[in-house]
Design a protein around this ligand. Structure first.
Ligand SMILES: CC(C)(COP(=O)(O)OP(=O)(O)OC[C@H]1O[C@@H](n2cnc3c(N)ncnc32)[C@H](O)[C@@H]1OP(=O)(O)O)[C@@H](O)C(=O)NCCC(=O)NCCS
Length: 335
């Protein structure tokens, strides 16, 4: 949480496995040029995005989450039957209810788990990390499967150039268990400001604006964003959060091996890195490939960074995210 979270020296939990579930279909900037009035040059220079992956028809958030979960369990050498809790962070659940997490539970055979979703937009994975770490700290769970997954393409208006170039689909998962030594979650910091709820939102799909023909015509089932305002707040809040977690975990810039920012926009990433004085070679970037995958962006990045050898045993990573709500947060992890 915010200011109330105590400084923690010895970690309670650690990540013991990671995995991803990425759709096969690629949507390039050149494809988007044929759909809306935009250009590869504009998208690349303003956002850093070149491609994004899009779920196939009939492929849902739980399907991507299931693949990510199975890969993470395999990586962790953990049986699905040993999972105590499944937390699924998403703003694009398969259905209104039940939770996307229970579909994953069924698919992987995690018969002994409690399963539920959380919703904190692009910060969802970090909110989930705070919960997972707390459950393990309180000895309420031994093994937690945390998934961030989205099919943002389903809530994207592909006639709105302001938003449709930015987002992509995917899922990432991590398996957490109690830390046995000084490797693990060094701290998590989460914040929100509901006064700014109007700047990045999806009005439909809840009870306030039921799916009437009128609301459908008003495209209430699509995501809307005040891009310039979101950009300003994202830069400030991600910088604040990264600074806060480094201070709490008593980490100097030199001690950070990898900064993993939420992958929304290359300019937001660069501004965040500059604020905490982390040099470009220590900043993880894959926004060019995936676009903004919301709650999936950080777990996908963690998995890729591990596979590229950029997160080894002992590496210290700072994760930082920002999203609708507004919500924002950061975490420090010694791998
Ligand atoms: C959306 C964003 C890339 C736009 O970049 P920007 O530099 O702020 O651009 P502006 O908003 O100043 O718009 C400049 C112009 O480009 C236009 N434009 C917007 N999208 C465009 C596109 N895909 N292609 C071409 N032109 C586009 C705008 O209509 C505007 O035109 P106008 O001046 O005639 O009105 C940027 O604001 C952004 O990244 N915001 C944060 C988005 C985000 O990360 N959201 C999720 C947070 S988790």
């Amino acid at each position: 949480m915010g200011k109330t979270q105590p400084v923690k020296n010895k970690p309670f939990s650690q990540i013991i496995g990671t995995g991803v579930g990425i759709p096969q279909k690629v949507l390039t900037n050149f494809d988007l040029e044929k759909m809306v009035d935009t250009s590869d040059e504009w998208i690349k220079s303003r956002t850093g995005i070149e491609t994004r992956y899009i779920a196939e028809e009939g492929q849902f958030t739980s399907d991507l989450g299931t693949t990510a979960a199975l890969n993470a369990l395999h990586d962790a050498h953990v049986s699905a039957k040993d999972v105590d809790v499944i937390i699924f962070a998403t703003i694009t659940p398969d259905v209104g209810f039940p939770a996307t997490a229970v579909f994953v539970q069924k698919n992987i055979g995690a018969v002994n788990a409690a399963a539920f979703d959380i919703q904190a937009a692009c910060t969802g994975f970090l909110y989930g990390l705070e919960l997972a770490d707390s459950l393990i700290a309180a000895k309420k769970a031994k093994t937690v499967l945390l998934i961030g997954g989205e099919t943002i393409s389903r809530i994207t208006d592909y006639s709105d150039r302001n938003t449709c170039v930015l987002f992509g689909d995917g899922a990432g998962a991590v398996v957490l268990r109690a830390a046995e030594d000084d490797h693990g979650i060094l701290g998590v910091y989460t914040r929100s400001d509901g006064r700014l709820n109007n700047l990045l939102k999806l009005d439909g799909l809840g009870t306030k604006y039921p799916p009437t023909p009128e609301h459908y015509d008003q495209k209430m089932h699509f995501l809307r964003m005040e891009g310039r305002e979101v950009f300003k707040h994202a830069v400030t809040c991600m910088g604040d959060a990264a600074e806060a977690i480094m201070e709490r975990a008593s980490l100097s810039t030199e001690e950070v091996d990898l900064l993993i920012p939420h992958q929304a926009n290359i300019r937001i990433i660069e501004a965040t890195a500059k604020r905490v004085k982390v040099p470009p070679e220590k900043v993880f970037i894959n926004v060019n490939k995936y676009g903004n995958t919301s709650a999936a962006s950080i777990p996908i990045a963690i998995d890729e960074a591990r596979r590229q050898g950029r997160l080894k045993t002992g590496s210290v990573a700072v994760l930082v995210a920002f999203g609708g709500g507004f919500t924002w947060g950061a975490a420090a992890i010694r791998f």
